[in-house]
Design a protein around this ligand. Structure first.
Ligand code: HSE
Length: 309
């Protein structure tokens, strides 16, 4: 059987102000997946990491995108199927794109096995079927940076319009307090209406962040990492959130906030020393609260899903 191994990176969706429209790939952590072609029209997904998986591939974040590929190829590839083995290093419900890594990894691997017949944009379209399974809606702000690498702007998902934004050399510190926040729940609690004054502030911040990233303007990036719409609602689900933000900024972080739908919090820093000081603040806060946590110091992944063999 033809089989390959891929590495799919964690991602930070939203980048604070850009709910559902901005995302960034991280160097670490990454899921490892082995994907093989079957000559029967089935998808099987198994894991060697101990995290429970739905047995129905249509309900699985790696399986659903592969079924979408099979449906699209239809009669041109009768009897096409896939076998997936996942070694998940990105904990489900952590807020750093666990479901997206499974979905994006599966479609990049499948495309490679099929002779790279699909564009990256097509792969994002397929991978969003996995996000629908995970969170109830299609969103591309994890799967797009996971597939494209770097920082991506999702200007629209219907039709898909993805813009890669040049990513400056910044360090990313992430703390994952060990509680689980389901994306579907974190979306459910959001208000459905937004005040015009808040919308104006938010789109000013999104434009400021994109301009800051493109100009490598750290001050502008820092000022623009502000969310007046989503963060005030979701941050109440994350113990210690305000203190983490306050102390990390005092330690020199440019800024940061909730990673995706949380509970992870990320902070951007200009150098490794500040990223380390930021990690120290995060550790101190969760030690004091008495909540288990995991931290990462990493950088922006510019390559996206990596195919090994
Ligand atoms: N934009 C999505 C949300 C990302 O915040 O719900 C989930 O990872």
């Amino acid at each position: 059987m033809q089989q390959i191994t891929i590495k799919a990176p964690a991602t930070v969706a939203n980048l604070v102000c850009g709910f559902d429209v901005l995302g960034m790939a991280l160097e670490e952590p990454c899921d490892i997946m082995q994907v093989g072609l079957l000559d029967e029209p089935f998808v099987t997904v198994s894991s060697r990491d101990g995290f429970p998986l739905p047995s129905d591939p249509a309900q699985n974040t790696a399986g659903a995108p592969l079924l979408a590929i099979m449906e699209e190829l239809g009669a041109s590839r009768p009897g096409l199927g896939f076998e997936v083995l996942i070694d998940k290093k990105i904990k489900p419900g952590s807020g750093i794109g666990s479901s997206a890594a499974s979905a994006a990894g599966a479609v990049v691997a499948a495309n490679h096995l099929l002779g790279n017949i699909f564009s990256k944009q097509d792969l994002v379209r397929f991978a969003m079927f996995g996000e629908k399974v995970a969170s109830g809606v299609k969103h591309a702000d994890n799967v797009a940076p996971c597939i494209f690498g770097g920082i991506t702007l999702i200007r629209s998902i219907f039709p898909l319009d993805i813009v890669s934004i040049p990513a400056p050399s910044l360090y990313v510190t992430v703390v994952h307090p060990q509680i689980e926040v389901r994306t579907a729940d974190a979306r459910q609690i959001l208000r459905k209406n937004v005040l015009l004054k808040d919308a104006i502030r938010q789109w000013g911040n999104i434009a400021g962040l994109v301009a800051g990233l493109m100009r490598d303007d750290h001050e502008l990036i820092g000022r623009s990492l502000e969310d007046v719409i989503i963060e005030p609602v979701r941050s109440i689900l994350i113990p210690g959130f305000d203190e983490v933000k306050r102390q990390c900024k005092e330690a020199g972080a440019l800024g940061g906030g909730i990673s995706g739908s949380g509970p992870s919090i990320f902070m951007l820093s200009r150098d490794a020393a500040i990223a380390g000081a930021v990690e120290g603040c995060m550790k101190g806060i969760y030690e004091k609260i008495g909540l288990s946590y995991h931290t990462y110091i990493t950088t922006i992944n510019r390559e996206g899903v990596k195919v090994y063999s």
